[in-house]
Write a protein that binds this ligand. Sequence first.
Ligand code: C2E
Ligand code: MG
Ligand code: MG
Length: 520
Amino acid sequence: MKRSDVPDALRGGGSRQRAEELALATSRLHQAERLARVGSWELDVESGHVEISLGIRRIIHADARQQFDLGTLLALVDAYDRERVAAEVSAVIADGGQLRTEFGLTTLEGVARTILLRAEVDAGGAAGVLRGAALDTTELRDAESARSASENLFTQGFDSAPIGMALTDPRTGRYLRVNDAACRLIGQSREELLQTSFADVADPEDAERERSAREAMLSGELDGFEAEKRYVHADGTSTWSALTVGAIHGPGGEVRAFISHAVDITARKERELQLQAQAADAGWLSRIRAGLQQDRFVLHAQPIIDLATGDTIQQELLIRLRGDDGGIIAPGAFLPASERYGLISTIDRWVVQKAARIAATGAAVEINLSAASLGDRATLTSIETALADTGADPSLLVFEITETALVDRIDDARRFAERLTELGCRFALDDFGTGYGTLTYLKHLPVHFIKIDVDFVRDLLRSDHDERVVRSIVSLAREFGLKTVAEGIEDEPTLHRLRELGVDHGQGYFLGRPAPIAVP
Ligand code: C2E
Ligand code: MG
Ligand code: MG
């Protein structure tokens, strides 16, 4: 506008100043609208004409001269949203109140934007005027959807990660979120885990260590920790995991959750344990060899009593090893390693030599034979030689064979037992009832005694089941003309009951503990 075009009334100092102020305010408003990506609009309901500000023109790429009505503006709204937006506008015109709606829009230059529209019927009572603002929220929504997309991606990654992932509550230790791999590792379903805390699913010792580490993290002393942890499953199997735990902090630095990931290291751990066992075995191996060379093995004997007369009918020889410190080591500690490394028959032959010398004094003894000795020609020969050398009465030697030792060796065992039976020795089936194929063994082996395993004796007075087992073994033995021996009798009432049930012989701490026996 040229100065000469200004009407006279407006010319002059005051009005010029006002005009400049107005122009300045308008330009500030435009700048603000541009920066905030907002604009204002006004709809004249009757004519349908819509007046839009420069801010809105900029958003929809319209030039200053273009005129709009409700229809041309609605045409810019994405087809998907158009009907809804038209209905919302109509509703406000009809019922009053406020309009707040968001929709997609394509500008006159074909650019997609997201718009938040607010409006209300003119508060001044100018009926038929709807006045409002429009805000371009495209960037905001894009950022939001990018964030939610990345959150979705994270969640998906968390849930389907091949390693175990879990979020836990830093105070209660409860699981907040777990993935499938964690469920597999721990051996529980997601539903089960979400009801429990990390401490409920770990070994008590692991749980205690982890609890204090978590407390240290909560108090800020520790950033995170790593641990190897074992999970025992309901079916008795277990898995090992390498666990790394860290904290997730809130904006104020507070700990909001713990995040842990766990890698399955079961295979590695099993190899490690195997190597440890082998190392332990190797230790036993040298001790056993030294024991044989230095005569460190000793025999204890436990009496086997005739339950009718109270007489000792024979004694079971039980081997022990004297340790470096002079302490006595039980066979359970060194026999398994001797079996694994093929030393057990050597030990059995050592026992046989001593047993024959004891038998030569007229005492009847029972000798435990291992599975390996049953097919071992050298053991058979050493028994024959020992009998010949000592002149012991073969009927004073009773060989005990456990049922478990007989599995897969029944032919070896039969040949072995037949040969010794020819010589006059006798046989007992040890730990009877704990193995399989019991009746098969009775059919094939020339057995004289059945030793009822301590498993059925221990709780005899409290268990109907055990009593029925003992009863059946007694009647089976009678059927075959064999004597029964109950192992592990620890008190008088049990002894009394066994006698009532018709058991012939007994052995146990109550009747006599294993004690060193002199070997001539
Ligand atoms: P086993 O032949 O069944 O021997 C009975 C085990 O029960 C012995 O354990 C004995 O000390 C223990 N025992 C005796 N009375 C009682 C009782 O009242 N209560 C309880 N709870 N236990 C009782 P030990 O001496 O530790 O021997 C363990 C196993 O080692 C034996 O079981 C046998 O299988 C094997 N063994 C022992 N000596 C020899 C041996 O010279 N050669 C071979 N090959 N194996 C042997
Ligand atoms: Mg025995
Ligand atoms: Mg036994």
